[in-house]
Design a protein. Structure first.
Length: 194
């Protein structure tokens, strides 16, 4: 689990409980310093965490489930390190193409999330027209109160799934979100109970 801007692993509580109720695990939800660092600094911490998890579990790959800016961090990771360690990425309410509200944020990462930022342009250039080899599903809400315009969560080369009627944080407690994430994990080969 990769949290976003000015948040922590606690935001994933409802989703983690739903996944664990279906026997999904182990689930890792580290806290990352995300308040004022740039996305590349966050990405370096994610890279170290992925290597630790791979070593500790003896599993060759992880599945990244990311909220908000965490989705940009995962995409930056894939551009820098490739998909050898990542089987699948699921993003939730991520400002893939920026958000107009980033101009009100603090820190280097807020600037990177602005619409048409140099960071986002470079990220798109590195990904090309097909995106990462591991595949990415972007789950978003057309009623997002922080990612605006809301369709900036969509990526042309990704599987895009809308969950209407939820806000930017509220989406994480959605039963529909849990069902979609479980389906994505099942399709990626994760064993679970029905």
């Amino acid at each position: 689990m990769v949290h976003g801007y000015f948040s922590n692993r606690g935001y994933f509580g409802p989703l983690v409980r739903s996944l664990e109720a279906h026997g999904v695990g182990p689930i890792f939800a580290p806290n990352f310093p995300s308040a004022f660092t740039n996305i590349e600094g966050f990405m370096d911490r994610l890279a170290a965490e992925i290597e630790r998890i791979v070593e500790d579990t003896a599993q060759p790959q992880v599945i990244l489930v990311c909220h908000s800016m965490g989705g940009l961090v995962a995409r930056a990771y894939l551009c820098a390190h490739g998909a050898a360690r990542v089987k699948k990425v699921v993003t939730i309410a991520s400002p893939h193409n920026g958000t107009v509200h980033a101009r009100f944020g603090s820190g280097a990462n807020a600037k990177q999330m602005e619409r048409a930022s140099d960071f986002l342009k470079e990220l798109c250039r590195k990904e090309g027209e097909k995106g990462p080899a591991c595949g990415l599903t972007s789950i978003y809400t057309p009623h997002d109160n922080l990612v605006a315009p809301q369709d900036t969560s969509r990526l042309a080369w990704a599987r895009n799934i809308a969950i209407p009627g939820r806000g930017h944080v509220d989406i994480l407690s959605s039963e529909r979100l849990a069902a979609i994430v479980l389906k994505e994990l099942r399709e990626a080969g994760v064993a679970m109970r029905d």
